[in-house]
Design a protein around this ligand. Structure first.
Ligand code: TYM
Length: 330
């Protein structure tokens, strides 16, 4: 039988899971799980590149695992684990950092944005963040990395690092491709549709665990424009275009169908309709995650087994790398 291709992806437990992460990434993870051999990680080591409250980070890491499963990821089919449980990530990151240029890291958009947001705490970890991400992907020889638009640049850098390493030694790493959805790759903030929806902006952000009334309130207050037409035009109508994208991603309808549906209706009808579609989309996820969270022993068994399986795979790559760069075998 032909070997299945491999997927790796991860999300930082630096905030609760958002509708953006769901539409940009997790939905595709669920869709691809039959066809690929998949590893899904809770990247807690990435999360500490900006300050975290330790107790919150610990709680959210576990909640994130429950939410992965509640979104439809099958723990029997996929390897799900916590990044800090597999020490090979940090080990490979060190080696790859020695094959990454300072200039390359300086050009990363996310670094530039985050170092502005956290101007009083620009750590070396924030700067080398994409190297750790490259290690995540390359350790497992991943073919495909399903992510939202904002992570494309990091996956491209990962390919550049892998190409350089393969060229310096011999073929060691599989070159990964980003997998970015056509619809939902960049969900914007409800409060400021010029910005990406992000976990650190509670008003503009819908969390998968939000209660229905909170979701409805956020959509009713969503910033739009002073026209009345429900029409997709990203340039001139970013708020409405974002809501149309969310509506279509939530219902499976096409943009044309959605525009036709609300043709003779104003924003007062459209905005709550988007809210309701999202409430229905996330309701089963929220309920299932709450149920799973009451069974800590089950979650523990998943992440422990996940770390063991991931570590065995990671070890194979790391041994090869250590040998190639000239380290003495243990
Ligand atoms: P993170 O935690 O910021 O986001 C997780 C995933 O959700 C996507 N995403 C979005 N997609 C559409 N619209 C949005 N508003 C939106 N916000 C977030 C992100 O693109 C991402 O796919 N560096 C990564 C985590 C990571 C990783 C990896 C990913 C670490 N190692 C290895 C893939 C492979 C990050 O910060 O994602």
């Amino acid at each position: 039988m032909e070997q299945k291709k491999r997927i790796f992806s991860g999300i930082q437990p630096s905030g609760d899971l958002t509708l953006g992460s769901y539409m940009g990434a997790i939905r595709n993870w669920v869709a691809l799980q039959e066809e690929y051999d998949c590893l899904y990680c809770i990247v807690d080591m990435h999360a500490i590149t900006v300050r975290q409250v330790p107790a919150d980070l610990r709680r959210r890491s576990l909640e994130q695992l429950a939410q992965y499963i509640a979104c439809g990821l099958d723990p029997e089919k996929n390897i799900m684990f916590i990044q800090s449980h597999v020490p090979q990530h940090a080990e490979l990151a060190w080696v790859l950092g020695c094959y990454t240029q300072f200039g390359e890291l300086s050009r990363m958009t996310q670094f530039k944005q985050k170092s502005q947001q956290h101007a009083d705490n620009i750590t070396a970890g924030l700067f080398t963040y994409p190297v750790l991400m490259a290690a995540d992907i390359l350790l497992y020889q991943a073919d495909l990395v399903p992510v939202g638009e904002d992570q494309k640049q990091h996956v491209e850098l990962c390919r550049d690092i892998a190409t350089r390493f393969n060229f310096s030694f011999s073929d060691t790493f599989t070159l990964p491709e980003p997998f970015i959805p056509k619809l939902g790759a960049r969900i914007m903030s409800l409060g400021n549709p010029e910005n990406k929806m992000s976990k650190s902006d509670p008003d503009g952000c819908v969390y998968l665990m939000d209660k229905p009334e909170d979701i409805m309130r956020k959509f009713k207050r969503a910033v739009t424009d002073c026209e009345t037409a429900v029409r997709f035009d990203r340039e001139n109508k970013p708020g409405i275009s974002n809501l149309l994208t969310i509506y279509c991603a939530a219902t499976g309808k096409t943009l044309e169908d959605a525009e036709a549906e609300f043709k003779d209706q104003g924003y007062g009808v459209f905005k709550p309709a988007v809210g309701e579609a999202v409430v229905e989309l996330v309701r089963p996820i929220r309920e299932e995650a709450a149920r799973l969270l009451s069974d800590k022993a089950y979650l523990e068994s998943i992440y422990k087994q996940g770390a063991e399986r991931a570590s065995a795979l990671a070890n194979k790559t790391l041994r090869k790398v250590y040998k190639k760069v000239g380290f003495v075998a243990r």
